[in-house]
Design a binder for this molecule. Structure first.
Ligand code: MOS
Length: 687
């Protein structure tokens, strides 16, 4: 029972929205790899009935003239409710765990050979449970939306990494045509998987429609924890068996994570082990626990970030048990082709990354016996671990190019820049392709009215858009050849036989045959030429096993007195194909590695299993690494171009965080002899 009368009587209050006056809305399709246009993060109805499923669920919205009036009126709403049993306990939920048939597009329960027997008979065995806590999204920019209706036209200024999909979803939900909804989000102050569509956008759009006025809604930091999902906790078993030479005979990776049926993200932590090492036998399976919580979601390298913690800690444990160098162990198990499917790798130079990284880091200074290096109260240790993240290029990206007679180009698509340098890199790419100086290229993005591109997610945006721009540039050359006509020195040449350079269209065979853009367009009496095209289908993903990879190196100091861990050096040696822009790439890698420090040492969502409530929903109590936690970070790469990818590049947005937590845990073990298998590695676990 809702009593909103006191709130409604407050000065400045325009509208109190509850299930009673909320428009009847359908369900948002969940974002998924098989429904790439979808953006929904929750399949629960939004303020459609009186059922409260989890603590933090949106039950009412107060629209007022000022934030203060709205905040005050909110406190006057009375909600009386009947209590029903809630599922809030990880351990208890195991009894009713679900085992889905697939994890993303991979078969979930996968068995190759006889891993149980191989493990039992192995010369060396490791079999342990690793735990990672829930993590929450803490982009510095809060989730915020400003919306306005004009008749049936809706304009949404959002902070979104899913612009085109958001426009489609809102159109469907509110029953208008998709051309009538325009979502703008030219810059995003951090996304990491959390800036999709949550309840706040939907209730803001509903309130604006009912109130007949524009609405701005900014989530508080506390609300971001309660309304936007985060990374689920995991409990993972990794068992490794190896022969006397360190060759793997069994690789078992199984576990439990939380995924309510209304959430989209399966936290695919067993995917890494399927692609990283050769082994005689394998078993993988993930079980989902159904808790009554805000739907968990994608968070930078979902699955791989926590999966590599377990797998790469276990590899370090195996190396220690065998008395061999952990890099050696990895090299002995390096596969020639994808270990499960036999599919060829598109390009893989992990061995080189380890070689180069170890040399730069000074890996030879590592002491094999743990706890033997110290400096006063500080024990010093070195660790390494592999990171891995699958390549993805999304179908359906399109882009347009407008080229003027003066040799200026505008490249447009609905891409989103969350700070990773999308506009910079694509302007560079377009300038190269169009034979223009970068200053002559304008890259327009962040607007659903522009040619549609998929979300910025899965580290896939750069190649997805690159393929679209490449297709548009090819089409532009066809159009220019047509306009050039028979009077041109290019007459008779076909697309594919010309390229653009220095504001000219030039024969590849015979560079003497050339005509300037200006000359072609002048003769055709055109001021400009404009084309739109879609990128080719990402068939490379079917034919090749493609992964970004990294070799992470870490040095820690651990205080004997307090148990405090300080990461003193961190180096990432990446193998991600061609690096398109060294400056923005370095920044991306470092950002991911810093997030890895948070995962390893400081970040933990404290969830009260009695009340189902998050206890530390503030940046004061949930510590993300700050400057004092972060050492000078070194980043290097093999830079070997991937022959199967547009521009030779694989993704770099998420690989940075993967493997870092294991590298830190392995360094802590090397420093102290203590193996911490549950993150974060706080000082109480080391005393
Ligand atoms: Mo990412 S977790 O695909 O933004």
């Amino acid at each position: 029972r809702f009593d909103t009368s006191a709130a409604e009587a407050e000065p400045g209050v325009i509208l109190v929205l509850t299930h009673r006056n909320m428009p009847r809305l359908g369900i948002l399709p969940l974002v998924s790899v098989t429904n790439l246009g979808a953006v929904g993060a929750s399949a629960l109805p939004i303020m459609q009935d009186t059922e409260i499923r989890y603590n933090g669920q949106v039950m009412a919205l107060v629209l007022a003239e000022t934030q203060e009036q709205a905040d005050h009126a909110t406190t006057l709403i009375r909600i009386d409710y009947e209590v029903a049993a809630a599922k809030t306990q990880f351990e208890a939920a195991k009894a009713t765990a679900r085992t889905p048939a697939s994890i993303l597009i991979e078969k979930n329960h996968t068995v190759v050979g006889n891993p149980g027997r191989e493990l039992a008979q192995a010369a060396f065995q490791i079999d342990n449970i690793y735990r990672t806590p829930g993590n929450n999204h803490n982009a510095i920019e809060l989730h915020a939306v400003t919306v306005a209706w004009e008749g049936n036209r809706l304009t949404v200024h959002d902070a979104s990494q899913m612009i085109a999909g958001s426009a489609q979803a809102l159109a469907k939900l509110f029953g208008v045509k998709k051309e009538q909804v325009r979502v703008l989000s030219p810059f995003v102050g951090g996304g990491f998987g959390g800036k999709g569509m949550w309840d706040h956008q939907v209730v803001a759009v509903a309130a604006a429609r009912i109130a007949g006025r524009p609405v701005r809604l900014v989530l508080s930091r506390d609300s971001v924890y309660r309304i936007v999902g985060g990374r689920t906790p995991t409990e993972q078993r990794v068992a490794l068996g190896a022969d006397a030479d360190g060759k793997l005979s069994a690789l078992i990776h199984t576990g439990h994570s939380v995924m309510p049926p209304y959430s989209a993200c399966p936290e695919q932590y067993t995917l890494t082990g399927r692609a990283l090492y050769r082994s005689k036998s394998y078993e993988f399976v993930q079980h989902h626990l159904d808790l009554d919580i805000v739907p968990n979601t994608y968070m930078r390298a979902p699955g791989e970030a926590v999966g590599t913690f377990a797998l790469e800690s276990a590899m370090d444990e195996l190396a220690h048990a065998m008395g061999i160098d952990p890099i050696q162990l990895r090299l002995r198990n390096e596969p020639e082709t994808h270990p499960l499917s036999g599919t060829p790798f598109s390009q893989r130079a992990l061995v080189q990354a380890y070689h180069d990284g170890a040399a730069r880091f000074g890996w030879e200074r590592r002491q094999a016996v743990p706890g033997t290096q110290r400096d006063g109260e500080w024990r010093i240790g070195l660790g390494c671990a592999t990171g891995s993240f699958p390549y993805a290029r999304m179908p359906g990206a399109s882009a347009s190019i407008r080229l003027t007679r003066e040799g200026r180009a505008v490249v447009s698509c609905s891409a989103q820049d969350m700070g990773m340098g999308t506009s910079t890199v694509q302007a560079q790419h377009a300038a190269d392709r169009l034979g223009l100086q970068i200053e002559a290229v304008t890259f327009e993005m962040g607007d659903s009215a522009l040619p549609s591109t998929p979300m910025a997610g899965g580290s896939s945006q750069t190649v997805s858009i690159a393929a679209a721009i490449a297709a548009a540039a090819d089409k532009l050359m066809v159009e220019l050849l047509r306009l050039a006509g028979n009077a041109s020195p290019l007459a008779g040449l076909r697309a594919g036989e010309v390229r653009m350079t220095d504001q000219h269209l030039v024969s590849i065979q015979d560079p003497a045959r050339a005509e300037s853009i200006q000359s072609i367009l002048t003769r055709a009496s055109r001021d400009e030429v404009s084309v739109t095209a879609a990128g080719s289908a990402p068939l490379e993903m079917l034919k090749f096993a493609m992964h970004s990879l990294s070799a992470n190196f870490c040095e820690v100091r651990v205080s004997d007195v307090t148990g405090e861990v300080r990461v003193t050096r961190l180096l990432g040696a990446f193998d991600c194909g061609a690096i398109l822009n060294p400056k923005t790439a370095t920044s991306q890698f470092k950002g991911g590695m810093i997030m890895g420090i948070g995962l390893a040492l400081t970040e933990e969502t404290l969830f009260d299993e009695r009340s189902g409530r998050i206890m530390n929903a503030t940046l004061a109590d949930y510590h993300i690494p700050s400057h004092l936690d972060v050492p000078e970070i070194e980043v290097m790469w093999t830079g070997v171009p991937d022959p199967r990818s547009p521009l030779g590049a694989r993704g770099i947005g998420e690989i940075g965080i993967t493997g870092v937590a294991a590298a830190i845990a392995n360094a802590v073990f090397n420093a102290t002899g203590k193996r911490v298998r549950d993150l974060p590695i706080t000082l109480d676990k080391l005393l």
